[in-house]
Ligand binder design. Structure first.
Ligand code: NAD
Length: 419
């Protein structure tokens, strides 16, 4: 019998959904590069259901219990008194999603002598101290590609909404106004702009492909160069360094993993090299940008806008400055957790668990750390080390004083299920 601890975000404040906006999901079989979608032996959920919250349980309970394993699901993840801290002591497997990450720091891993597998139900395993996992021989796996296209769609949405000044214009409608000049004084066309991505992996390349029809000039930098045929097809300009790329771009989108090389990459010095009035869209990881440098650049006008869905830590404190900084288009971390993506990463998580229990190899593209070293996608896209420092700040979300600045619209809290 194995104990599986699964950390998931809370149910909706209105309760777990009884019905959905749509009846089905498009049927996909392969990702754009030909990689197959997850192939578990079965699933116990209806695609399109909310699986990422505590009552959704990633559709895993029936499967795990039928094999005699114990599943503990909780959203209580931060601080030494959390349910995660209590349950991890005899757990063999830890599962969480980057949207509501279980920070598997060296300290947490140290409290879990039986821990053998950490699964990211999604993409991006920086919430695990990869160095600590390597040192302990713990396997770290994620569901590569499950939400890369979901994120690329979100990036395009955020680029357009920043450049065209969508959110402030929408706010004028809600306020009862018809303030065209107020809306358009910061509104531009994307056409003709220079748009660059930091990293052209699964998400970065999908963003480039989706931006191409907007008749923009496309740029990228990555530690792996794309095939020449792809560069030609999309008319890409490759830059050896991020400094070279940001100098010429009107829009920069960040699509690399967080690891020691990318942590704090967008600091005051790099932002100063950007064109005045450039936009940043970051759906990769909050910590790739220096929190306060972004705020300073928006206030000074060096940046015209910043949008993204990733923060550090997660959840961020209620007084995190990105909630209230000017010209922001922030959302909570949602781009990779659409209902469409959830069905893929729930199935992929089950595939990883089936392989683990049946002693079959986990797909190499799902591996980040294996046998004490970076492996598979981990070897391709990460550098060894630890990027979890400071994650204990996530406990402040719960502890925030009532006077902390609240979200603009506060939904009524009722029926929320937290465990
Ligand atoms: P991927 O592995 O396909 O691509 C990552 C790319 O980053 C690779 O091409 C790699 O060479 C490049 N890279 C690594 N270090 C770099 C560096 N220092 N400079 C430039 N390029 C570098 O992964 P992906 O599917 O494209 O996802 C990328 C990241 O996006 C994830 O690691 C995760 O952090 C984030 N992500 C966010 C969400 C979300 O919901 N917001 C969802 C999925 C992924």
């Amino acid at each position: 019998m194995s104990k599986v601890v699964c950390v998931l975000y809370d149910d909706p404040v209105t309760g777990y959904p009884k019905k959905y906006a749509r009846d089905d999901l498009p049927k996909l079989t392969h990702y754009p590069d030909g990689q197959s979608l997850p192939t578990p032996q079965g699933i116990d959920f209806k695609p399109g259901a909310l699986l990422g919250s505590v009552s959704g349980e990633l559709g895993l309970r029936k499967f795990l219990e039928s094999r005699g394993h114990k599943l503990v699901v909780t959203s209580d993840k931060d601080g030494p008194k959390s349910r995660l801290a209590k349950e991890i002591v005899d757990a063999e497997i830890l599962i969480s999603q980057p949207f509501w990450p279980a920070y598997a720091t060296a300290d947490l891993i140290g409290k879990a002598p039986k821990l053998k597998l950490i699964v990211t139900a999604g993409i991006g395993s920086d919430h695990t101290d990869l160095q600590a996992a390597m040192n302990r021989g713990i396997t770290v796996a994620e569901v590569t590609y499950c939400n890369s296209i979901s994120v690329s769609e979100h990036v395009v949405m955020m680029i357009l909404s920043l450049v065209r000044n969508y959110i402030p214009s929408h706010d004028w409608v809600v306020k009862g106004g018809w303030n065209i000049a107020d809306c358009v004084e910061r509104s531009y066309d994307v056409e003709g702009m220079n748009v660059g991505t930091v990293a052209a992996g699964r998400i970065g390349l999908a963003v480039l492909r989706r931006m191409k029809p907007f008749d923009v000039k496309l740029h990228y930098t990555d530690r792996h160069r794309l095939p020449e045929s792809v560069e030609q097809e999309l008319g890409l300009t490759f830059h050896q360094s991020v400094e070279s790329m940001v100098r010429v771009c009107d829009v920069v989108t960040i699509n690399c993993p967080l690891h020691p090389e990318t942590e704090g990459m967008f600091n005051d010095a790099l932002i100063a090299k950007m064109k005045r009035g450039a936009y940043i869209v970051n759906t990769a990881r909050g910590k790739i940008c220096d929190r306060d440098a972004i705020v300073r650049a928006l206030k000074s006008g060096q940046l015209a806008g910043y949008a993204g869905d990733v923060w550090f830590p997660q959840p961020p404190p209620r007084n995190h400055p990105w909630r209230t900084m000017p010209h922001e288009g922030m959302t909570p971390h949602i781009s990779g957790s659409s209902l469409s993506a959830q069905s893929r990463y729930a199935a992929g998580t089950r595939e990883i668990l089936e392989c683990y229990f049946d002693r079959r190899p986990i797909r190499s593209e799902y591996l980040i750390v294996d046998r004490g070293q970076l492996a598979g996608t981990g070897k391709h896209s990460y550098s060894a080390g630890n990027a979890t420092r400071g994650s204990e700040e996530a406990a402040k979300f719960k502890a925030a004083p009532a006077s902390a600045p609240a979200a603009k619209k506060k939904p009524k809290a009722r029926k929320k299920k937290t465990r």
